[in-house]
Ligand binder design. Structure first.
Ligand code: ATP
Ligand code: MG
Length: 200
């Protein structure tokens, strides 16, 4: 395989921000596949507030169904212990052996990689597509990343995503407050949330 992208996330729930970022990266870097990898127990989040993985996985499957380049991978869910990006990258490389591997994250999430374990190994293994909002100050991100050697900095590619204002946190809040979440995420996911009475 020439080019492959990983879209990791909690997906609680998955929304159009994730889908637009993934589609934009797929097109920009001509990826043959985008793997959506729902996290089992992200080390940087309070696990008790995260929905059961069965729900997050089901919603992710519903959301990617209409894009033939999108696929859901359960490799983080099935791997024992906490989920680290480097383990996922290594596993994906072993399975697909892509010439180029891209890891799609929000620009803010990229800043977390500095504190991730094995950051240098991670940046030598793949590119990072840092989704930013039009108008977002990239120089700020660059400045914060400046502690990294230039060869690694080059592996972080800022990319503008128009749907960046959408977040899972906001969607959960809206559901709780009885507000509409229509047009923020795919309809089958919206129906799933209603049917399973999530986020109430
Ligand atoms: P939460 O509000 O619970 O943190 P989230 O909306 O940030 O949820 P995550 O599952 O945490 O969703 O995000 C997975 C990845 O997608 C992260 O790298 C995050 O930065 C990125 N992302 C989230 N929302 C958007 C968006 N609207 N546009 C582009 N990327 C996004
Ligand atoms: Mg987030």
């Amino acid at each position: 395989m020439r080019s492959l992208a990983i879209m990791g996330g909690t997906f609680d729930p998955i929304h159009y921000g994730h889908l637009v970022a993934a589609e934009q990266a797929r097109h920009s870097f001509q990826c043959e596949k985008v793997l959506f990898v729902p996290a089992k127990s992200p080390p940087h989040k309070d696990n008790s507030r995260i929905s059961p993985v069965e729900h997050r996985l089901a919603m992710t499957r519903l959301a990617v169904d209409t894009n033939r380049y999108f696929e859901v991978s359960t490799l983080e869910i099935e791997r024992p212990g906490p989920s680290y990006a480097i383990d996922t990258v290594k596993e994906v490389k072993k399975i697909y052996n892509p010439e180029k591997l891209y890891f799609i994250t929000g620009a803010d999430a990229v800043l977390e990689i500095i504190s991730w374990k094995n950051v240098e190994e991670l940046l030598s293994a793949c590119y990072f597509v840092a989704a930013t909002r039009p108008g977002y100050d990239i120089s700020n991100l660059r400045q914060k990343l400046n502690v990294l050697p230039a060869e690694y900095l080059k592996k972080i590619i800022p990319t503008y995503i128009p749907a960046l204002a959408i977040s899972s946190t906001d969607i959960r809040k809206r559901v709780r407050a009885g507000e509409s979440i229509k047009y923020l995420l795919p309809e089958p996911v919206e129906r799933y949330i209603k049917n399973h009475r999530l986020y109430l």
